[in-house]
Design a protein around this ligand. Sequence first.
Ligand SMILES: [Zn+2]
Length: 285
Amino acid sequence: MGIDLNKIKQIFDDANSKAGAGIWRFTPKAGDNSLRLMPPWTDEGDWANLPMRRIFVHWVGSGQNADKRLCLKKTFGEPCPVCDEAAKLRGTGSPADAALASSLRPQEKYISNVVDLNDPVYDDGRPKMQLWEYGPMIYNGLATYIMDAEYGDISDPDEGFTIKLTRKGTNMSDTRYDIRCGRAPMAIGDYPGPDGKKLDQAAFLSAMTDLDKIGEIDDRFAKLPYDAMQQWYLGTTDIAPTMSAPVAAPMITDAGDLPDSMDDIPAFSGAESDIESKLRAAAGN
Ligand SMILES: [Zn+2]
């Protein structure tokens, strides 16, 4: 009698494909990771011609109940009930309330389409496109390369670069990232696949997720109406609304929130390019 390994793997894959619809979330493994940042998914709208989308999220609740939603104010410039709650807490003058308000602060995140070059395709050969959600330090690392004239658009399908991401540490409190780019440009279609054949570049480009529609795939990235956001907050938070409550230590829920080591990033020099000004605009400075 033997184990059905394929079935085991299929169930494992289903359970780990959190975003549903066959979309994988990229989580860097400990040690070295090689990945490819996919190019812009659209040439229209607020995120035209950028290889990442910026969002702001509120993490609410603790333990297994911790959950996140897009901050309506910072992401869309609209009234946000969680930000309103934080403002009320800050207004009470109580240090405990100020600490609670601080725990509700929206966190800056970025989402990109990436390919894990150590695991680029599904068993059936389809491109394994993954979504990578990361924090500002990794964004700064990517942007520094893009702004470096010796690298430029590292996401370019033909002339982009391999990203080498090293994750150090094993738990939430000691995790650090180093991010570096390979020395030579390489086309997506020049990487070897598991069967020895090269990756199908066109198939990878057409497998990218439309990040403008990420909320349709994962409701944690959906834009909720104000009332629905408030309902979600009240149902998730363990803070008594606009009242003093015991202070819980701020929870680190995502390795992407942690500082990353940027030792290996080359210094930027040279004229500001279009992509740099766009990136600066996207980063709000
Ligand atoms: Zn907000």
